[in-house]
Design a protein around this ligand. Structure first.
Ligand SMILES: [Zn+2]
Length: 320
């Protein structure tokens, strides 16, 4: 395959492994999918979700894989430009019933482009969210959480580890809410939307709950986990306003001894840190790339070229 082109050097720098093998020795798509679905089993997915192989020919030899958060037109163009044989994304391309892929809508256009260019698409969505070394676990590690456990445990384990939605853990050293939020902002890919904080900025935080993606449905679980701060995305005005008012009110009741609890806290809890959605989920990609490469070597004694998209797929391109 000819990889010559203006971005070739850039691609090589991002390469985690480069196969010198002949085409016959490269894995086929079904083997790559089998490994992905052992790392992120599809049975972990929510009932409304349909991750897995979306586009692809199972018998095709695979030498180049690209990871990204969103299967946008720009990301698909990037994958095709880099001659990717498989694009692996966190977010689904197809979320609701599909009746045509004619190309009159952008989803059909993307599918046609993928098929025309022999690029498969595999999605690891809610199955990757809950998995060991999955999306939440990767973000929690990136933010320095230790003694982790799932925020909402699944009723199954993976390789002897508890898995589930989100993660709860502690910081090895307490720090102010302001400093913790700043550290998070530095860890994330740059976006125009940026990181938002709701809470007492100089209060010390030690315990953290994190749920990459839209997390306002888990406020009750976060509250019962008794953490200082909740890190998630897509927090809207009313849910977060109400939740923080409740934090302040409960803290007043607990501090006054009217209700039990709150002994470990010096400020209303939980506070909230709102991150751009795709940025926090981007933290999974490098780990997933390493894990896929290692599993391919372990099971098939084969390595492939893996590239992680550096495109910012946050939808906002101007902040005034
Ligand atoms: Zn998401």
């Amino acid at each position: 395959m000819n990889h010559a082109g203006p971005d070739t050097d850039h691609v090589r720098k991002q390469t985690l492994g480069f196969s010198q093998q002949s085409n016959e020795e490269q894995p086929i798509l079904s083997q790559v999918v089998e490994i992905l679905e052992s790392l992120y089993p599809l049975e972990y997915a929510e009932s409304w979700d349909a991750p897995g192989l979306i586009v692809g020919d199972l018998s095709r030899r695979i030498s180049r894989v690209m990871f990204a958060v969103d299967p946008t037109i720009d990301v698909v163009d990037e994958a095709i430009r880099h001659h990717a044989d498989v694009l692996i994304t966190h977010h689904p391309l197809l979320f609701r019933a599909v009746h045509e892929v004619s190309g009159l809508g952008f989803r059909g256009g993307i599918i046609n482009a993928l098929v025309r260019n022999n690029c498969a698409l595999w999605v690891g969505h809610t199955n990757a969210d809950v998995a060991y070394r999955g999306v939440a676990h990767s973000a929690a590690d990136a933010f320095g959480l230790v003694n982790q456990h799932p925020l909402v445990p699944s009723d199954t384990q993976q390789h002897g580890h508890d898995i589930g939605l989100g993660r709860v853990g502690t910081l090895s050293k307490p720090q102010t809410l302001r400093n913790f939020a700043t550290a998070i902002a530095h860890k994330l890919p740059k976006t125009n939307a940026g990181v938002l904080v709701c809470g007492e900025l100089d209060a010390m935080v030690h315990t953290v709950a994190i749920l990459p993606g839209s997390g306002d449905s888990c406020f009750d679980e976060v509250r019962s986990s008794d953490v200082d701060v909740y890190v998630t995305s897509d927090l809207r005005h009313h849910p977060v306003t109400d939740a923080y008012q409740q934090s302040r009110y409960e803290f007043m009741l607990k501090s006054s001894g009217y209700i039990p609890g709150g002994e470990h806290h010096t400020a209303p809890f939980p506070a909230f840190i709102n991150t751009p959605h795709s940025a926090i989920e981007h933290l999974w990609l490098e780990r997933a790339a390493v894990d896929l490469q290692e599993a391919l070597k372990r099971h098939h004694q084969r390595s492939i070229t893996i590239y992680t998209s550096t495109l910012n797929t946050d939808p906002w391109n101007l902040r005034l």
